[in-house]
Design a protein around this ligand. Sequence first.
Ligand SMILES: *Cc1c(COP(=O)(O)O)cnc(C)c1O
Length: 408
Amino acid sequence: MNFNTCLLHGNEAEHYPDGATLVPVSQSNAFLCETIEELERVFSHKKAGYAYSRIGNPTVAAFEQKISRLEGGIGAVATSSGMAAVSHTLLSLLTPGDEIIASGCLYGGTIGLLDDLDKLGIHTRFVPRLDPDTIQASVSERTRCVFGEVIANPALHVMDIRAAAQAAHAAGLPLIVDSTTATPFLCRPLSLGADLVIHSTSKYISGSGNAISGVVVDGGTFPWDSVRFPALRGFEHAGRLAFLLRLRTDIHENLGGCLSPMNAYLGILGLETLGLRMERICDNAARLARELQKARVDVNYPALDGNPEKDLCAAQFRGLGGGILTFRAGSAERARAVINRLHCACIASNIGDVRTLVLLPSTTIFSKNTDRQKADAGVFEDTVRVSVGIEDAEDLIDDFLTALASAG
Ligand SMILES: *Cc1c(COP(=O)(O)O)cnc(C)c1O
């Protein structure tokens, strides 16, 4: 099945009550059992079923299965936010003294989380870009994983997933990728060698900016072992499911970052139109980037002519460049003037919405980061980030060109 068909059909396991075409929202904390023995079996995971919605919920499970299938994984755990997906993943694998190799171009919240982990004794070695050379040069005896974003938000560097995975595997390390900005429409990282793929499904997957949510999918290919990863002790019997089981039955259950059934439902609803929206979003972003380039604006869009990432977009994303572009306005003052003159694009801190959203990263999503962290992430005081929506491209182009012209 091709992408859009797969989003709608092909899961024989989906039989909903009364023939409903959509999964019901199981907005219930607890689930009844016939006998106490049955509840005991569900609790000890000896019988499939649900006991309590922090631990498992049918609507959330349907969302997990859909994303896992789409990414080609062996299973998924959905979380209350993208940050919960990242933090639960790292906390399931790592123990004090362990090291992470990560790209310095990361979402601001993830950089903050890695700072938090540092206080728990889990140290990150940042590299300018994840590639075989920087990975090899940073590996130590204590390294336990390699982490990066497929398209860095907002630096817009593209990871060569195959090359990064080969280098990580050569050092015996799993490659964990945050694919929020790429979405399964641009690429399926597990098929290119990544071991775990994370999404903030708050963004393109929910699609209308209506539900904070996240997910982590395991590709089932990494040989988890409890010698290298003492956190996985007690899960050896699970074999290739060791990570997912540790995540689901320890960290996720105990930290409590569970996804609400309603938000899982909104994620499922969003997934159905992901292909349609991404096609339009990528087309709009490419057209807007080209027009800005023609108007001599210093624009960054991965698939644009002259951009160093263009070849990788061709090889890895069928030539697409995603939905985010940035441009430098010349000064912080002019950036503000341009943003405040936009009529069609909305000033808001989000990406992946159907509406075009703009902000100044330096003073908003990166306001808590150091100047060094900002520079590493490609955030300058005059950088404007645009998350392109599904409006008519002509209106967007007109909006930006008019604002730029009137801002002087
Ligand atoms: C938004 C985002 C996150 C965090 O997701 P939330 O759902 O807001 O917690 C993580 N990574 C990337 C790339 C993001 O854009």
